[in-house]
Design a protein around this ligand. Structure first.
Ligand SMILES: [Zn+2]
Length: 324
């Protein structure tokens, strides 16, 4: 397992950075038949750029098109290593991680009644305990939590500063690099997670196929991602009603925006069935009381719409099972 730190060129704040754009067909159905869903203007390397978010007329997938070829450059190439900042971010996500892990444990046990149940605080993980891979594990806090619950957990992380924290401070095993460069044995994981990842990748169908290949039959894939519907509602309120320039879709690095229907189609394409989809709770931001208040207000508004429509439309947590 590769635990070396990859040094990448730093492009941040480089005014000479040359932008390259590309147009892509729909990742879900392959069509090139879209309508404008939203427009957003935002800064990127000291340039103000206009983006369009489009919706496929054939299948409904929402995506950024055209898009920057190095769309993750703003954070992927950063080499800042700030443990205090990383720990504050992890602390804000702690409750979300704990709830998600409880959901995974319940689903795992429901399909594996004869398997040893994960037991909290029994490190190191036993050789026969369930295997878990966290794609885009960041600083490794979800992997560390899973290992506390006796999962044989490891991560994949392309960002050097985050991977450094995970390997050096939390001492967890991490494959460093983009998921497309990582080779792992097929059918080697009981559980794969990808929190806030699928919206960043250039080819979600390829990533889902890799996950399905790495999962054992009956294995669980859990993801969290911003939904197209909730982003659109937030954008309408912020940009149209409040005349704010605050980015919502953030298309310099977010390329795809699924909802329950389009994600279910994606999962089916790779042999997974969706077990559960729910709106994920917004994590607290302890540094900014105004932002906390705005988040709380927006969540109450969101719950009202969801109750009326009887479907989750907020930022989504989706749990799938690989068909046997
Ligand atoms: Zn399509």
């Amino acid at each position: 397992m590769n635990t070396a730190i990859c040094e990448k060129p730093v492009k941040q704040n480089n005014p000479t950075h040359q932008l390259q754009w590309e147009r892509v067909n729909c990742n879900l159905c392959g069509a090139d038949d879209t309508e404008i869903y939203h427009r957003e203007r935002l800064p990127y390397f000291e340039q103000l750029l206009d983006f369009q978010i489009v919706r496929c007329r054939q299948c409904g997938l929402v995506y950024t098109n055209p898009r920057l070829t190095d769309h993750n450059a703003t954070y992927l190439f950063g080499t800042d290593f700030n443990p205090k900042q990383i720990e504050a971010h992890a602390h804000a996500k702690q409750t979300v991680f704990e709830r998600a892990l409880n959901e995974i444990i319940t689903l795992y046990q429901s399909n594996n009644p004869n398997a040893a149940a994960p037991v909290e605080n029994s490190p190191p993980p036993a050789p026969n305990s369930p295997t878990l891979l966290d794609i885009g594990c960041g600083s490794g806090h979800f992997v560390a939590l899973a290992r506390k619950h006796n999962f044989q957990a490891s991560g994949i992380e392309p960002t050097p500063a985050s991977a450094r924290y995970a390997t050096e401070i939390l001492n967890i095993p991490v494959h460093i690099g983009p998921i497309a460069d990582i080779e792992l044995p097929p059918q080697s994981f009981d559980i794969i997670t990808a929190w806030d990842v699928i919206e960043h990748v250039a080819d979600p169908l390829d990533v889902m196929q890799r996950c399905a290949n790495w999962l054992r039959p009956g294995g669980i894939l859990a993801l969290r991602f911003p939904s197209s519907t909730w982003q659109k509602i937030k954008a309408l309120i912020l940009h149209n009603l409040l005349a704010s320039r605050r980015p919502v879709f953030s298309p310099t690095m977010h390329l795809y925006f699924f909802n329950v229907r389009t994600f279910t189609q994606l999962a089916q394409r790779v042999g997974l069935t969706v077990l559960k989809a729910k709106t994920t709770p917004a994590e607290a931001n302890t540094d900014n009381l105004l932002l906390n208040y705005a988040k709380l207000t927006s969540q109450i508004f969101l719950r009202t719409i969801e109750t009326a429509g009887r479907t989750p439309i907020g930022n989504l947590e989706v749990y799938c099972r690989k068909l046997i």
